[in-house]
Design a protein around this ligand. Structure first.
Ligand SMILES: NC(=O)c1ccc[n+]([C@@H]2O[C@H](COP(=O)([O-])OP(=O)(O)OC[C@H]3O[C@@H](n4cnc5c(N)ncnc54)[C@H](OP(=O)(O)O)[C@@H]3O)[C@@H](O)[C@H]2O)c1
Length: 439
């Protein structure tokens, strides 16, 4: 039998423990030697090349040995009017980082970065991994209206852009959002990539939203990792009834986050345990492969129920078969499964994908500040230990997220940085006005 018990009383204790752990260890850290001057004059210690920053890069695909620390990466300055340059305070790792380190998606991502790269003239290296960022805006393009230097922001960095395991990252305004006030940077960095993925999968593919979820039964296959722990909380904030599958030792975690029913997939057949339950309106599958064989059968028949899987073959196929054959093969298999699912039970079979969505993060920020979504930070590492952070993630069995503290400022130093940026901005605006008057 599965673990279908009453809600555990551990929620508050669990959350306090998480928050205490993150805040306590952040404060004990030494400051990494770097300071920022507003408007592209990014300063660094005398030993560092001007206009260069420190970052973890890869120069080739491979195992952990390819990760290399360098202080000689060009700073990604604002190069278009809609861009926002962010000083990274914290980043987090996702399974995608492990996969991309090994070359996953290389062909399609290279094409997305530079459509002319099919000619193979442009190298993607040095490549910076890291998909989540929490930090402070240091520069904005002239068309940026939502952000100003000094703003504390968070974002998920698209995989075709240079990542956040670096001192600075530059994104478009649309990809960025104001960070929740309740979270420090370490906590905030644990959310954006899984949040954008969950929003895209549950809303765009699953058809759920804040206003239509209260009468929905949702199953999350794989509830204990980054996507799962976030999705449970989002769905509970929207009022859905949430069932999850996970290992037995993650039951307290997922129940603490709000899951009503929990099935332990390690003791017995998860499909059998789920089949005796009431059927589901939406299934979010973050595990894939064999789960796909039985999951569609758990949906309510003939009423528009949806199965959404995050285990999609598109990038794997384009890697192994080439861009055209791989894309054709993936889309063909998607269509075949979608048709089969509609014909057999009237249910929709869909792929879920990460999609950049700053406005979506704005909504999540409100839920975080309302106390409805909490960061689940399982492990955190200093910037000097990025390879160890990758090792941790590679061991599997995630219980929430692994975060890297990129800048080790304490709160007072953060305040000084923001104050300096604001003063410089005001001065440069005043100078501009005076010059305009003189002209
Ligand atoms: N398509 C996209 O755009 C997209 C975007 C984001 C993520 N993803 C994919 O979605 C998956 C989940 O991402 P994530 O960030 O949540 O990964 P994660 O943080 O590594 O979490 C994976 C979780 O699944 C659990 N698990 C493993 N096998 C399971 C099973 N058979 N049944 C139930 N739980 C199981 C693991 O714990 P135990 O092993 O201890 O049970 C772990 O807690 C990854 O494969 C990722 O690549 C895809």
């Amino acid at each position: 039998m599965g673990f279908i018990r009453a809600m555990t009383p551990a929620r508050l204790l669990f959350l306090l423990k998480l928050n205490g752990k993150a805040a306590g260890s952040t404060k004990t850290l030494a400051r990494a030697g770097c300071s920022v001057c507003f408007r592209r004059n990014v300063c660094s210690s005398p030993s560092r090349l001007q206009n260069c920053m420190s970052a973890w890069v890869i120069d080739q695909y491979g195992t952990n040995g390819v990760l290399k620390y360098t202080e000689e990466v060009a700073i990604p300055t604002v190069s278009s009017t809609s861009e926002v340059m962010i000083k990274v305070h914290a980043a987090s790792l996702n399974p995608l980082d492990i996969a991309m380190r090994g070359g996953y998606g290389a062909k399609l991502l290279k094409l997305r970065r530079d459509p002319l790269s099919v000619m193979d003239t442009v190298s993607e290296f040095p490549l910076i991994l890291g998909r989540d960022v929490s930090g402070v805006v240091v520069d904005c393009g002239s068309d940026v209206t939502h952000f100003a230097p000094g703003d504390e922001v968070w974002a998920a960095v698209p995989p075709w852009k240079q990542g956040s395991l670096a001192e600075f990252v530059t994104l478009t305004e649309y990809e960025v959002s104001h960070k929740p006030k309740l979270l420090n940077h370490t906590e905030a960095a644990s959310i954006p990539y899984v949040a954008n993925t969950a929003l895209s999968a549950l809303v765009n593919a699953g058809g759920l939203c804040r206003d239509n979820s209260s009468d929905k039964r949702v199953l999350i296959i794989g509830g204990s990792g980054g996507v799962g722990t976030f999705s449970i909380q989002l769905l509970k904030a929207w009022g859905a009834h949430v069932t999850v599958t996970c290992s037995q030792n993650a039951e307290g975690l997922v129940r603490g986050l709000g899951a009503e029913e929990v099935v332990d997939y390690t003791t017995g057949d998860a499909a059998e345990q789920l089949q005796v339950m009431e059927k589901f309106d939406v299934i979010l599958d973050s595990v894939g492969r064999e789960t796909e064989q039985w999951a569609v059968g758990l949906l309510k028949p003939w009423c528009g129920a949806k199965y959404v899987t995050l285990a999609t073959p598109l990038l794997l196929n384009t890697d192994s078969m080439g861009l055209l054959d791989g894309a054709f093969n993936a889309v063909f298999s998607l269509q075949a499964k979608a048709i089969q699912s509609i014909i057999s039970s009237g249910a929709f079979y869909r792929w879920g994908f990460y999609a950049p969505d700053g406005p979506g993060l704005d909504e999540i920020s409100k839920l975080v500040d309302a106390g409805k979504i909490l960061p689940v930070v399982e492990a955190q590492f200093p910037f000097t230990q990025v390879p160890q952070a990758f090792q941790k993630l590679e061991q599997g069995h995630a219980r929430g997220k692994t975060v890297v503290r990129v800048a080790e400022e304490d709160d007072r130093q953060d305040d000084e940085l923001i104050e300096n940026i604001r003063r410089d901005t005001a001065e440069s605006e005043q100078e501009g006005q005076e010059t305009a008057k003189q002209n």
